[in-house]
Design a binder for this molecule. Structure first.
Ligand SMILES: Cc1cc2nc3c(=O)[nH]c(=O)nc-3n(C[C@H](O)[C@H](O)[C@H](O)COP(=O)(O)O)c2cc1C
Length: 422
């Protein structure tokens, strides 16, 4: 059987190991993780979700504290339309994050930024424009437009000097979404450089309804590839969602797919942003511990561990500090759900909100444990110490396992300490 390394992903006139590590917000796909992929000749993603917040943690800035100070008077007000992002500060934070990452890049691979367009930030167009343009200003190799695909995104950056040189890709889960995007951006005379086709087994938000289980990635990829061929378009297709072994990847590459985007296997690596204790929950998860639910205020179903502290947590909305999911009118469905529960239980010390979550706060605190469908197989990718804990992996180990494994085998890591089982 062939190995992933027998194939190359062609983007323009360059070739790469056909493995992309997908974007995982908020700072789960860290700079360090993306740098490993690029260093090994593949493609890594950082995420542009909540960058000012990430910057405070990574680079010791004070964006969140300062924003909260500015809007403190509004904390108990359920109308959040006053809470605006300062576009200059947003640009500053994004540029610094991207530049810091790009300056550390070594090797022949690329670093892209995953742009979650569903982060409407109380000013969807203006904030998105700033996020995209500042990433380009700071030298990002490419941008992957994700979650909530804004059909007019290319138009927001078409006058940027790097518009034709930066790699631009989109994530879709259906042929229809791809067709719509291409039609809408035709005026800019620029096609996406790649299209990530994400199936229903992915982590994060899903591009499907709650009937996600009725869809199959191989079928969608085949349909999209056939259409691209029939239209005589030259757009590499990248398959994503549930590609767990190198052989899973080869099964796509054999059909002419240009590459794969993977994420779940990297959630249990040292370079990933998830705290080590949370990573142990990912390792230990059984299939029945994982669910797709609708608690995300974005309106998209999201897959996560049922034990996520975010589920049911009725904290006061934190929009004055964060506010990334406020729509153009300053609303978020969590605020509505929270106020409803507050009115129903006026004397409760701590209310529960089951149908929605304050996603900004929960993702910022790593309390929403979003994950791919095959998270329950992570335990087969590592070894256990005498205390029962699983050994955290290196991203290089996982990347190379994808690159070189055959026959659905998964390489176990070299033990760091005494183990109970292999
Ligand atoms: C923890 C986690 C967080 C994710 N966050 C995002 C995100 O912020 N934006 C996005 O477009 N995709 C996100 N994804 C999806 C991945 O980028 C990727 O396409 C998908 O999970 C690949 O499938 P796999 O996890 O089965 O390998 C996330 C996935 C995981 C596991």
């Amino acid at each position: 059987m062939k190995r992933v390394d027998d194939y190359r992903l062609k983007l323009g006139d360059r070739e790469f190991v056909p493995i992309m590590i997908g974007g995982m917000g908020v700072d789960i796909s860290t700079s360090d993780l993306s740098l490993i992929a690029a260093g090994l000749g593949g493609i890594g993603h950082i995420s542009d979700a909540m960058v000012p917040t990430v910057s405070d943690r990574r680079y010791d800035t004070k964006y969140v504290r300062d924003k909260l100070k500015l809007y403190k008077h509004n904390v108990t007000n359920s109308n959040k339309s006053d809470v605006q992002f300062d576009l200059a500060l947003l640009a500053e934070a994004t540029e610094a994050h991207v530049r810091n990452t790009m300056e550390r890049k070594r090797g022949d691979g690329l670093i892209f930024i995953n742009c979650m367009e569903k982060l409407t930030m109380n000013g969807p167009k203006d904030t998105l424009r700033v996020r995209l343009r500042s990433a380009m200003d700071a030298g990002i190799d490419g941008i992957t437009l994700a979650a909530g695909l804004h059909l007019g995104s290319f138009a927001l950056i078409e006058d940027h000097p790097r518009f034709r040189d930066v790699k631009l890709g989109i994530i879709v889960s259906s042929l229809r979404a791809l067709q719509l995007f291409i039609k809408k951006s035709a005026r800019t005379q620029r096609l996406p450089d790649y299209v990530v086709v994400e199936g229903p087994l992915a982590g994060g938000h899903l591009g499907f309804g709650m009937d996600w289980a009725e869809y199959d990635l191989h079928t969608i990829v085949a349909e999209i590839s056939a259409w691209i061929k029939a239209e005589q378009l030259d757009i590499p297709v990248i398959a994503a969602g549930g590609v767990f072994t190198g052989s899973d990847a080869v099964r796509f590459l054999e059909t002419g797919v240009a590459g794969v985007q993977v994420a779940t296997r990297f959630t249990v690596t040292h370079e990933c942003g998830l705290p080590a204790d949370v990573q142990q929950h990912y390792f230990a998860a059984a299939e029945s511990d994982i669910e797709v639910n609708t608690i995300s205020p974005t309106g998209y179903p999201m897959r996560m561990l049922k034990s996520s502290p975010a589920i049911g947590d009725g904290i006061r909305p934190n929009c004055e500090a964060y506010g990334y999911l406020l729509d153009a009118n300053g609303s978020c469905s969590y605020i509505t759900a929270y106020n409803r529960e507050l009115a129903l239980h006026p004397d409760a010390k701590r209310i529960k909100v089951m149908d929605k979550t304050c996603l900004c706060t929960q993702m910022r605190n790593f309390d929403c444990w979003t994950c791919g469908h095959y998270t329950y197989r992570l335990k087969d990718t590592s070894i256990r110490a005498a205390d029962g804990s699983y050994q955290i992996l290196s991203a290089e180990h996982v990347f190379k396992d994808y690159q070189f494994s055959t026959d659905d085998t998964i390489a176990l890591p070299v033990p760091e300490y005494a183990t109970t089982e292999a």
